[in-house]
Design a protein around this ligand. Structure first.
Ligand code: SF4
Length: 428
């Protein structure tokens, strides 16, 4: 594909989108849960939304609403391998009772389990990592296929959820819908009774919030229903509901979007390595090559997504064997006249076949973007105001004559991922 055929779609102003979500929250503030869900499924995100359910003590309420709105809606169940057998039975019970036709079981990657949790006891020593491998990772790939998802979270459950709106706009521009946000414990029980919904078999035994067996205990009378989850640990969420900063996503919240990727400026989940960071637990961080090599074994045992920072002078062959460990590699381009970043990028993509996110950081200017892309760079951290403006207005400079043709397959910038996948399917 000729580069000069590529265009960058104008970026929709985030403020408009955020304002739309805020307006929706205003309109639906007083509405019942089914109306919120119906609007999300049929008008806001038709065929572009799914639901994640734990099939726990309260799950029947939201799933009943789903059955009223659209029985074919994709319903994801995270089969962590650590559930009570009663929960697995309950999935089948509700599926058939409500006539749901699209319940999908998601399981952790066996390679991740073998590598990070070979004995199945990671929940004991590092529950965050256990949840990450068994819940967040399997879910993220699936959820990325949709523009939004429905959750069963409620305001009364935790202090952190106390501000939960019906509609959330996450930092990566997806919409989370929470039809039960305003439900109280009493509302949940009344709904279950009114519609004759089957109870989770463990509910009567005192389990009021039910997750994985090792991390769930019985709750005493009058105790917070979620007190039985990760009891004794400073942990309240499994991580799948976190925005990048670990908080409830809020429309209109200031999120810096300097990462230009797939034709749009997006929030950057990665940050730079900081003094005091722990190689064993750090996540979504670009680790300098020198630091990585010093603590290589620890970083390789760290189960979280990691990035690598390649600076001028770093030798790609020193870490080439570990490239698959990195979800993102940042190549530093310190100045217009310094060509070492191009060399590193070409080595990574051509010789060592790195396929993940390869981003340019530093002196990223409009005139360089085409050349960087030819070296396999597929994301750009843009801080230069004029470059940003040009990209936002759909300009992408082209260079039609190259003195050093290269073998990298050029990635069509300017298309969103789903369009690119469609284009790939068409040409396959
Ligand atoms: S809830 Fe417990 S067992 Fe389940 S994934 Fe999280 S830490 Fe692991």
């Amino acid at each position: 594909m000729a580069l000069n055929n590529l265009a960058v779609a104008p970026v929709e102003p985030d403020k408009v989108r955020a304002a739309g979500i805020m307006a929706l929250n205003g309109i639906y503030d007083e509405m019942d849960g089914v109306s919120v869900l119906r609007h999300a499924v049929t008008e806001l995100l038709p065929n572009d939304i799914s639901i994640v359910s734990s099939f726990g003590a309260d799950s029947s309420v939201l799933l009943h609403m789903v059955s009223q709105v659209d029985k074919t809606l994709p319903v994801y169940f995270l089969e962590t391998g650590k559930h009570f057998p009663e929960t697995l039975d309950y999935v089948r019970t509700l599926e058939s009772h409500l006539g749901l036709t699209n319940v999908r079981w998601l399981r952790p990657n066996p390679k991740d389990l073998a590598r990070f949790d070979p004995n199945g006891d990671l929940w004991e020593t590092d529950p965050d990592s256990c949840c990450h491998i068994r819940k967040t990772e399997p879910l993220e790939t699936e959820i990325a296929k949709f523009g939004g998802w429905v959750t069963g979270r409620k305001r009364y459950q935790t202090k952190e959820r106390g501000v939960l709106p019906h509609f959330e706009l996450t930092s990566d521009d997806r919409i989370k819908v929470n039809p039960l946000a305003y439900f109280s414990d009493a509302d949940v029980n009344a709904y279950k009774t009114q519609h004759g919904l089957p109870e989770h078999p463990l509910f009567e035994k005192g389990y009021k919030s039910i997750g994985c067996a090792p991390c769930t205990t019985i709750v005493a009378e009058g105790e917070d229903p979620r007190a039985g989850r990760w009891r004794g640990l400073n942990k309240k969420e499994c991580g799948i509901h976190f925005d990048f900063n670990g908080a409830i996503a809020r429309p209109g919240a200031a999120v810096e979007k300097n990462l230009f990727k797939d034709g749009a400026f997006i929030a950057d989940p990665f940050r730079a390595w900081a003094e005091g960071d722990d190689p064993a637990s750090v996540r979504y961080t670009h680790v300098p090559v020198k630091v990585f090599l010093e603590h290589r074994d620890v970083f390789l045992s760290n189960p979280h997504p990691l990035g690598l920072l390649v600076s001028p002078g770093d030798k790609v062959e020193d870490f080439a064997a570990d490239l698959s460990r990195f979800a993102s590699i940042a190549v530093s381009f310190p100045g217009f006249t310094d060509g070492r970043g191009y060399t590193s990028a070409r080595l990574l993509t051509e010789r060592y076949k790195y396929k993940g996110e390869l981003r340019a950081i530093g002196d990223v200017l409009m005139d360089q973007l085409t050349l960087m892309r030819r070296c396999g760079v597929n994301a750009f951290v843009v801080t230069h105001a004029a470059t940003r403006k040009a990209l936002e207005s759909g300009q992408l400079t082209t260079v039609n004559l190259f003195y050093q043709p290269i073998g990298v397959t050029e990635v069509p910038v300017g298309t969103r991922p789903f369009l690119r996948r469609a284009a790939e399917t068409e040409t396959a």
